[in-house]
Ligand binder design. Sequence first.
Ligand code: ATP
Ligand code: MG
Ligand code: FE
Length: 346
Amino acid sequence: MKVLGIESSCDETGIAIYDSEAGLLGDALYSQVDMHTEYGGVVPELASRDHIRRVLPLIRDVMAQAEVSREEIDAIAYTRGPGLIGALMVGSAIAKSIAFTWDVPVIGVHHMEGHLLAPMLEEAPPEFPFVALLVSGGHTQLVSVEGIGQYKLLGESVDDAAGEAFDKTAMMLGLDYPGGPRVAALAEQGVSGRFRFPRPMTDRPGLDFSFSGLKTFTLNTVQQHTVDGQIDEQTRADIARAFEDAVVDTLTIKCRRALRESGMKRLVIAGGVSANKRLREKLGEMAAGENAALYYARPAFCTDNGAMIAYAGCQRLLAGERDAPGIRPMPRWPLETLTPVTDGSR
Ligand code: ATP
Ligand code: MG
Ligand code: FE
């Protein structure tokens, strides 16, 4: 089965074709970051309009690149939610229109299920069950995963998501949006241990997170070291490093706890922050110490992309699922409400 996937939940238009037999046939991404940078974050109305401009040309590109004709596409998958309502509406309207015109089924995919399953696109994908850490711009969750659609929330952030904390820290350090990769790059030049930020909520039981306090820590440290509106380069880098160390340590402590408490031996990380090199290294070391294995996607499939939507949609389509008429986008949509895929999963 060949599935055309459309991702449009936020500020990137992602298109891909996934084949249940041959794997990924093609994918492309158009990122709107340059357009949103001057506002320091995503402007929803601009995002929707740009998805409209990009999505059809990108679909043509991917079909040409994959050498797949419209007659060969068996179904369409699109991101139904969660995300920005206007952006989701573009993807859903286009997916439904194409599906109607080509007379193929269409399915709305949960964006976080897409992220969670993205590591399945890699060689040596994880087997079920596993513990998943979803770390993205809008989510920080630990999830027990028994199979596709069988998700139990173990813990989540009570305030900011990890990616959001990276983005806000970037802004305080004078770095552009999206800040995660930029903070990570600056932290490379930083000295570990010059500043010590807290590891929030690690001193008590439980698997919840809190990242908003780290923001305040960053802000205070930046202010303490700003003289005449200037902060020296090394201090900026040391602050970035202290922030990154704190987030990475905190996530690692909670992941270890989740593995121990669940007795599982596989840890999957997904979402934009799972591209972070230091996080991957630290979690890799921790997992080795627990006799567990760590899985993640290539960096381009950690952040938003069409491939994860095509893949997740394909699994549900193979099990016979498809959208009922009148299905609408879901800007809010808890992951635990998804239904299990019991059949045909691969
Ligand atoms: P959600 O998936 O929760 O709806 P989103 O789609 O905006 O949110 P993603 O696209 O998965 O989030 O990830 C983007 C986030 O990942 C941003 O907050 C970005 O700063 C962060 N990020 C990306 N690369 C890195 C990195 N190398 N280190 C840290 N953070 C990163
Ligand atoms: Mg994004
Ligand atoms: Fe995302």
